[in-house]
Design a protein around this ligand. Structure first.
Ligand SMILES: *Cc1c(COP(=O)(O)O)cnc(C)c1O
Length: 390
C-alpha cells in the first residue's frame, strides 16, 4: 500500500500529460512559455483572486510575498510552529524573526486567541499575554511586528475571520500558507483567497502536484502582484535588463506548468474523491472502539484533505499503532514530530520546551494514515481493522 499513490493518478491522465509536454518540446520556450500564463489565468479563476503569479516552489511563494511586504531585519512575523519549516524559514531567511503562536487542539491551525495575546505582548513589551509566551530574548530586541503567516494545515483553512480583523486593527498583513490546502474552502471562499496574499505549493505530494517543484502566489492587490512578479524575475522592471529591486530567480518552469494543466482536469473530481475517503475513515474510525481521534472539520469549512491525521492517546500508543500498521505493510508518517520553535535551526530565538504546549502535545500524539483519491474501500477497512486490533 502507498501513502500517496501518484501512479494511480498518472494512469488516468498519462496521455494528456504527454500531449502537454510534447507541446512544450515543440515550441521550446522552457522558461516563461505560454503554459505559464494559461495556468495563472485558470488558477486565478479557480481560487477567485484577481492575480496569480507562478513561481518555483511553495517556499519561494512565501519568500516572494514576504519580500513584497518589505520584510527584513528588525521585523517580526507571527506564525505557527506546528507545520513544515517553510514559513518560519522564509521569515528568518530575510533576517526577520518568526514569533510562534500556539495552535487550536481540534483543527491544528494557528489559534486566534494566541495570536491576539502575542499582538498584546508586542504592544506592551511584556513576555506573557495570558497563557501564551513570547521569549524575553525576542521582546528585548524591540522588533516591529509586521504580519502573520497562517497555515492551512493538512488541507483545512485556518480561522481567517478573527485573524483578518485583528490584523486590520493592528496594521498587520496576513499571508495564507495554502501549500496543503489548494481546493479547500472557508465559508464559501476558496483557499489562496482568504488573506492579503495566498501562497501554494505544487510539490508532487500536495493535493494539486506537479512533477517537480512549483508554487504560486495569489492576491487581489494590484501593487502586491506587480511586486511579487518583479521579485520572482530578479527584480525586473519594464523590460528584461532593467532591474528596479533586488529579487530572486523564482520563476516556474514551463514543463511543470504543462503537467499542472493536465492534472487540473482531474482536480475537482479528485477533491470529491478525497471527501469520500475521509468520510469513510470517519465511518470506520470515528466510534468509541477506535484507538484514535479522527480529524474534525468545523461547520463552514471544506478540506482538501492533504493528509488524514489522527491523534493517538499518547506517544507510546502512537508508536505501538504505527508499528502494528507497519508490520502489515501499511505506511504512516508523523507530521510533525518536532514543532518548528524547537528546531535547532531556530534555537537562537530562545524558545524552550513547554512554551507552546498544544503544539508540543500534538507533535507527540499525531500521525497520518495513507490518503489519496484512489484509496480503495478494502484498504481503509484493513487499516481500521489493524488499528482496532480486530
Ligand atoms: C510543502 C509546504 C511548503 C513548501 O512548499 P515547497 O513547494 O515544498 O517549497 C510550505 N508550507 C507548508 C505548510 C507546506 O506543507
Amino acid at each position: 500500500m502507498r501513502f500517496i499513490d501518484l501512479a494511480a493518478q498518472q494512469k488516468r491522465i498519462r496521455d494528456d500529460i504527454e500531449t502537454r509536454l510534447k507541446a512544450v518540446l515543440d515550441h521550446g520556450q522552457y522558461i516563461m512559455g505560454p503554459e505559464i500564463a494559461e495556468l495563472e489565468a485558470r488558477l486565478a479563476i479557480f481560487a477567485g483572486t484577481k492575480h496569480a503569479i507562478a513561481c518555483s516552489s511553495g517556499t519561494d511563494a512565501l519568500l516572494l510575498s514576504l519580500m513584497a511586504h518589505g520584510i527584513g531585519p528588525g521585523d517580526a512575523v507571527i506564525t505557527t510552529p506546528f507545520t513544515f519549516i517553510a514559513p518560519a524559514e522564509a521569515i528568518a531567511f530575510l533576517g526577520a524573526v518568526p514569533v510562534f503562536a500556539d495552535i487550536d487542539p481540534v483543527t491544528f491551525n494557528i489559534d486566534p486567541a494566541s495570536v491576539a495575546s502575542i499582538i498584546d505582548c508586542f504592544a506592551k513589551g511584556a513576555g506573557r499575554g495570558g497563557p501564551f509566551v513570547v521569549p524575553q530574548t525576542i521582546l528585548q530586541r524591540k522588533l516591529r511586528l509586521r504580519g502573520i503567516i497562517a497555515v492551512d494545515l493538512f488541507g483545512l483553512p485556518a480561522d481567517y475571520s478573527p485573524i483578518m480583523s485583528m490584523a486590520k486593527e493592528s496594521g498587520l498583513f496576513v499571508i495564507e500558507d495554502a501549500a496543503q490546502s489548494f481546493g479547500s474552502e472557508y465559508f464559501g471562499r476558496k483557499a489562496c483567497s482568504l488573506a492579503d496574499c495566498g501562497c501554494t505549493s505544487f510539490f508532487p505530494a500536495k493535493p494539486l502536484g506537479a512533477y517537480g517543484d512549483a508554487g504560486m502566489c495569489f492576491t487581489n492587490d494590484d501593487e502586491l502582484a506587480v511586486r511579487m512578479r518583479s521579485l520572482s524575475i530578479h527584480g525586473q522592471g519594464a523590460d528584461r535588463y532593467e532591474n528596479i529591486r533586488i529579487g530572486i530567480n523564482g520563476r516556474l518552469d514551463t514543463m511543470q506548468a504543462a503537467v499542472l494543466l493536465a492534472k487540473l482536469e482531474l482536480f475537482p473530481e479528485e477533491l470529491e474523491l478525497r471527501q469520500q475517503r475521509a468520510g469513510y475513515y470517519r465511518q470506520l474510525l470515528g466510534d468509541a472502539s477506535s484507538p484514535v481521534i479522527c480529524p474534525t472539520i468545523p461547520e463552514g469549512y471544506f478540506s482538501s484533505w492533504a493528509q488524514y491525521s489522527v491523534l493517538a492517546r499518547d506517544g507510546i500508543e502512537r508508536s505501538d499503532l504505527q508499528e502494528r500498521l507497519k508490520e502489515e505493510g501499511i505506511p504512516t508518517v508523523i507530521y510533525y514530530p518536532k514543532p518548528v520553535h524547537l528546531q535547532r535551526a531556530l534555537a537562537d530565538l530562545g524558545y524552550r520546551e513547554g512554551d507552546l504546549p498544544v503544539s508540543e502535545g500534538c507533535s507527540r500524539r499525531i500521525f497520518s494514515l495513507p490518503m489519496h483519491p484512489y484509496l480503495e474501500n478494502e484498504d481503509q477497512e484493513w487499516i481500521a481493522a489493524v488499528l482496532k486490533n480486530n
